[in-house]
Ligand binder design. Sequence first.
Ligand code: ATR
Length: 275
Amino acid sequence: MTDRYCVFGNPIGHSKSPAIHAAFAAQTGETLEYTAIEAPLDDFADAWRTFIVQGGRGANVTVPFKEEAYRLCDVLSSRARRAGAVNTLLLGKNGQSSDAKVYGDTTDGVGLVHDLKQHGVALEGRRILVLGAGGAVRGVLEPLLAASPTSLLVANRTAAKAEALAQDFADLGAIRGGGFEGVSGPFDLVINGTSASLAGDLPPLPDALFADGATAYDMMYGAEPTVFLRWAAARGARCLDGLGMLVAQAAESFFQWRGKRPETAPVLAELRRSL
Ligand code: ATR
């Protein structure tokens, strides 16, 4: 039976993951099948069990199932435990079928850090501002702090959530949390992890936010730059969207399943053309 993988979500019709993993498989010479599966909102665990019976070896998990995926794992990576969420499921360590345990990881944060590196954005010794304090931000803080920034400020509409989040990660580095009103630049890197872009909204930010040569990164992406990236470009920042993060987190999942690390740049370029 061909090894099967999938992405679970609801809704899932728009997912780019099948195209990304098909490109990775072709590039690395791996034989596998990767599909998108819409799991029922009330029974994700059953959808996963059914998938395993049908030859499933691993899966990506997206909205709204990342916390449920976390709960069904037998073994969690330390970054998944920190994130409280899982975006990568693996049946058996390194895909060994003799091991029936379910392993869970979150590759979003390493995907973000990898994408920043690919684009030549340094993190070590830099001042970083992260906007938002929801699940998306929680999932990226550990790898960001591991890259040794001088400071990392988490700013959120609801200040208390940012403060609590910063507390949860305080043992890993110089992290603080607060509301938008306390934000004052300059920062070398500003990452938008709010879902404000979805509604075309912009968090209230001071004009003097960016240091010389600073980068603005939106974890969202689209055919057109987000409101945040347009605002940042007008203030001189270099702008990157989250499409690279999407491809890089997929590459890390692929590596965990197949032991081969695909090249992300050609896949990202193709995806960009198709937007
Ligand atoms: P996700 O999984 O995408 O992180 P989430 O956990 O619901 O989703 O978090 C959404 C984040 O976007 C939160 O930080 C939210 O701010 P609050 O904690 O104050 O709700 C932020 N957000 C959503 N809409 C926003 C808006 N219009 N302006 C600013 N922040 C917004």
